[in-house]
Design a protein around this ligand. Structure first.
Ligand code: AMP
Length: 302
């Protein structure tokens, strides 16, 4: 089944202990849709400026991503600049320029209004809700956000969360959103805001999925080389939602598999800067990393 995403398409400038890149392809919706495109049809809603190169548009199009909802407007593309220390789990944001996103009010293409699966990637929560309200009767809605919006637009974010089934968020941001330290208490509080499922991404420590009655834990793949953690969260969400959309329904078994497909895509993405690792990625590599996750956590009955 098809999947709609709204989020940022960006120029990222990133510094990690292993190198530095300037104005490369990035953005929450870019990472998400590229990862999800390995599983299902993706419809992208975002805005780019006059300065966005045709080659990047071509890349997304070659991944089979539907770009009818990608609007080019007068002005500059969204820009984000961040830095990571040896503690690769958290980016320090040095600069955020919303640019064309400041005045973006999309009207969804008619063909996008019936999509069953929706992902509200990290972007202004007012824009997330605006897009969601144009989808007729979505089967599953998931969402991401970050401290920039938790601090700058908390009320709008809480309104969006009321309409969301699954929140996928970093541990630090989950704690900030709930104003609690303990993750079990964080989960209880966030589930009271609207979502019935919370996925907490913990970088190199993996991911935890909470519902009112269960907890599922997935490790992160122990990689020898991590070059650039940028986009790990969005690639996780792309693998997670892409797999659920491919299944066409959500149950306890496939949502756990989705967490592992999410972890698989995140672990692959961080092996290179920007989206470079996903440029020539093969389905066999995804399947083999998924199997490696299975081996990593398998143990016998007592
Ligand atoms: P992550 O998957 O959490 O590493 O997200 C990284 C991506 O988020 C980068 O490619 C950025 O362009 C994008 N990003 C950073 N800040 C924001 C923001 N305030 N709104 C939307 N996207 C952002």
């Amino acid at each position: 089944m098809s999947l709609l995403v709204v989020g940022s398409v960006a120029f990222d400038s990133v510094k990690t202990p292993f190198g530095e890149v300037d104005e490369v392809l990035g953005g929450s919706a870019t990472y998400f849709s590229t990862a999800a495109s390995y599983f299902t049809d993706v419809n992208l809603v975002a805005v780019i400026g006059e300065d966005f190169p045709e080659a990047h548009v071509q890349f997304l199009s070659e991944r089979g991503i539907d770009l009818e909802g990608l609007s080019r407007q007068a002005g500059r593309t969204f820009r984000w600049r961040g830095e990571y220390s040896y503690q690769l789990n958290e980016a320090k944001t040095l600069d955020t320029q919303l640019n064309v996103f400041e005045s973006f009010h999309p009207t969804l293409p008619e063909a996008y209004r019936d999509v069953p699966f929706v992902f509200l990637a990290n972007i202004d929560p007012d824009l997330q809700l605006d897009v969601l309200n144009q989808v007729k009767s979505p089967k599953l809605v998931a969402c991401d956000t970050m401290n920039f919006w938790i601090e700058g637009k908390r009320d709008a974010l809480l309104k969006t969360l009321k309409a969301v089934d699954i929140l996928i968020i970093n541990d630090g941001e989950a704690r900030e959103l709930a104003d609690e330290v303990n993750l079990v208490k964080v989960a209880k509080k966030i589930l009271s805001y609207g979502p019935s499922t919370l996925v907490v991404k913990q970088g190199e420590y993996g991911a935890l999925m909470f519902t009112a009655h269960s907890v599922f834990s997935a490790p992160a793949y122990p990689l020898e080389e991590v070059f650039d953690p940028t986009g790990a969260g969005d690639s996780f969400a792309g693998g997670f939602m892409g797999y659920l959309a491919k299944c066409g329904e959500v149950n306890d078994s496939n949502i756990r598999q989705a967490v592992i497909y999410g972890s698989t895509m995140a672990s692959i993405n961080v092996e290179a800067f920007s989206l470079d690792r996903m440029r020539a990625l093969k389905q066999e590599e995804i399947a083999s990393r998924y199997q490696a996750f299975k081996a990593l956590t398998f143990f016998e009955e007592y």
